[in-house]
Design a protein around this ligand. Structure first.
Ligand code: AR6
Length: 168
């Protein structure tokens, strides 16, 4: 599995799947979630509503998939990161679940390339260094069968620096 770092906007990435840092409601929000729904159009929200009608809310650490509407990607994988509350062990495990469950769902869809934002490190205030370490370790430990490339998309300078160091 190749691991790549890109600085920029995940809505512009033409991977098979991009991951959304959503919330449990799956109905959109700010940050990368807002950007994905704005750029992808109403198709994504409609599919999120169907998922909610089927299974209820999406719990923290879990992942669900929709198509990607007007985005260059084929799928959006929506995962819900933990809100940082200082409970390091519990939050770290939930963040690890986000990455692992997203990768597993991608594999079940036969996906070859997947792009992740830095889940939980914006509005949810997870410490960026720790989040980066968890993201990179979880991806490296994943036994991939269909996935050939994972792209970490860093939007802010801090995360770009952290991921450069982690991936060196
Ligand atoms: N492309 C890539 N990364 C981005 C983009 C973008 N267009 N925009 C922001 N980021 P956040 P969270 C980065 O706040 O912390 C929403 O309201 C950003 O710099 O989007 O998981 C949801 O609905 C940061 O590094 O997500 C939830 O309620 C990273 O994406 C809540 O925010 C994550 O920041 C989730 O909070």
């Amino acid at each position: 599995m190749n691991i790549e770092l890109i600085k920029g906007d995940i809505t512009k990435i033409s991977a098979d799947a991009i991951v959304n840092a959503a919330n449990s409601s799956l109905l959109g929000g700010g940050g990368v979630d807002g950007a994905i729904h704005r750029a992808g159009g109403k198709q994504i929200l409609e599919e999120c509503i169907q998922i909610r009608n089927r299974q209820g809310k999406c719990n923290t650490g879990e992942a669900v998939a929709t198509s990607a509407g007007n985005l260059p990607a084929k799928y959006v994988i929506h995962t819900v990161g933990p809100v940082w509350n200082g409970e390091e062990d519990k939050s770290s495990k939930l963040l690890e679940d986000c990455y692992r469950n997203s990768l597993q769902l991608a594999e079940s869809l036969g996906i070859k390339t997947i792009a992740f934002p830095n889940i939980s490190t914006g509005i949810y205030q997870f410490p960026k260094e720790l989040a980066g370490k968890i993201a990179v370790e979880t991806v490296k430990n994943f036994q991939a069968e269909t996935i050939e490339k994972v792209i970490f998309v860093c939007f802010d300078d801090d995360n770009e620096k952290i991921y450069k160091k982690l991936l060196d």
